[in-house]
Design a protein around this ligand. Structure first.
Ligand code: FES
Length: 107
């Protein structure tokens, strides 16, 4: 299990424990994190699972892949260099303590 810290658009922090080997989106949904809609269920067709990875973890999480970057262009809040679609981020032990910000909305 690893710990993940979510910060909402107002800076309110929610921390969860998550299994590795699943996506960040699935981990968030399992703990009822608000702010990640994930309408497509993780098949990369909705961009409603948008998150911003905080700087300390950007190099561990890595950048969005090409197909993901294309879908990020449809995110309602403009993507930034640290944007990822959480369904495409697989949790590993290296991401223990991951901090990320949620966009103010997904629609
Ligand atoms: S859940 Fe739809 S793109 Fe991530």
């Amino acid at each position: 299990m690893i710990t993940i810290h979510f910060f909402d658009a107002h800076g309110l922090k929610t921390s969860i424990q998550a299994k590795t080997g699943i996506s960040l989106m699935k981990a968030a949904q399992a703990e009822n994190i608000e702010g990640i809609a994930a309408d497509c269920g993780g098949v990369l067709t909705c961009a409603t699972c948008h998150v911003f990875i905080r700087p300390a973890f950007e190099h561990k999480v890595g950048p969005a892949h090409d197909e993901e970057s294309s879908m990020l262009e449809f995110a309602v809040i403009s993507p930034r260099p640290n944007s990822r679609l959480s369904c495409q981020v697989m949790l590993t032990d290296a991401l223990d303590g991951l901090e990320l910000d949620l966009p103010e909305r997904q629609y």
